[in-house]
Design a binder for this molecule. Structure first.
Ligand SMILES: [Zn+2]
Length: 264
């Protein structure tokens, strides 16, 4: 195998105290056997073992009161692990969004993670719009869990609407922009208006469908991620390599696309 540079753009980490409970809860939510326990230390150990150089780490707040706690935790983990790029979280019902973004920036967090299905808000709810505008206006990145066939909160159509209303948002649409709603995700976004991560998806998608995404949105729009602790880094790498892309294309997805967009 060629020596690829690799960044994993989608990792969840949790404080030691609650990690077992949090990891179990997510496994139950998605009916998936979690491959790892989600601590920062385990992420670094498992990732390094698979040749991964850097990790975007995040965690979403299910209630507004958790927002500052999680942001402090993510920032502290980034202090311990120089390989981490920290994305904090917000909640549309959080009172002082701008104040919290200011705090995040002071702590070195450069993005925001949202998971509308856990956070129980519709992405295109007008009440959420000021949050999206604040993220854009403060030049923060945004990674959003998108799609699910059991819920309507995070459907691709809703995200596409927000992109129309908040042009310039630096969005990473997780899971090819719509977990298990890939037919919508393939059609609903305007090419060039967002990036995608390919985490937690390729197990369930045909090769043909994956290539349709690359054709429509351009291979430069895709970033590799594992959704740690859900999946194993080495297995996820194998899934990418099984597509039979060129070495150059693999390198783009594994590192170069993100490095260029983010400015590494
Ligand atoms: Zn996630």
């Amino acid at each position: 195998m060629p020596e690829y540079r690799i960044i994993d753009v989608h990792n969840h980490i949790y404080p030691e105290k609650i990690v077992a409970k949090a990891t179990d809860a997510i496994g139950d939510f998605y009916d998936i056997d979690m491959q790892h326990l989600g601590t920062g230390d385990e992420l670094v150990a498992a990732g390094k073992n698979a040749g991964i150089e850097k990790f975007v780490v995040c965690s979403a707040a299910t209630i507004p009161a958790q927002v500052p706690i999680i942001n402090n935790f993510i920032a502290a983990e980034c202090g311990k692990h120089p390989e981490f790029i920290g994305f904090g979280t917000l909640h549309p019902d959080f009172e002082d969004i701008q104040g919290e973004i200011d705090r995040m920036k002071e702590m070195g967090l450069t993005g925001v993670k949202l998971h509308p299905d856990f956070q129980k808000f519709y992405i295109d709810d007008p009440d959420a719009l000021p949050m999206f505008k604040a993220i854009r206006d403060n030049d923060m990145w945004l990674i959003v869990h998108l799609g699910d066939d059991r819920y309507e909160y995070s459907q691709p159509e809703r995200m596409a609407k927000v992109l129309d209303e908040v042009p310039g948002l630096k969005l990473i649409g997780a899971h090819f922009g719509g977990y298990r709603r890939w037919e919508s995700a393939l059609n609903v976004y305007k090419p060039g208006t967002l990036y995608f991560d390919i985490s937690s998806s390729m197990h369930f998608m045909s090769k043909e469908l994956i290539f349709k995404f690359f054709d429509r949105y351009g291979i430069e729009s895709f970033f590799w991620g594992t959704d740690f602790p859900m999946w194993d880094h080495k297995e996820e790498l194998e899934l990418l390599f099984s597509l039979g892309l060129t070495e150059e294309q693999n390198q783009m997805i594994l590192y170069d696309n993100f490095a260029k967009a983010y400015g590494l």
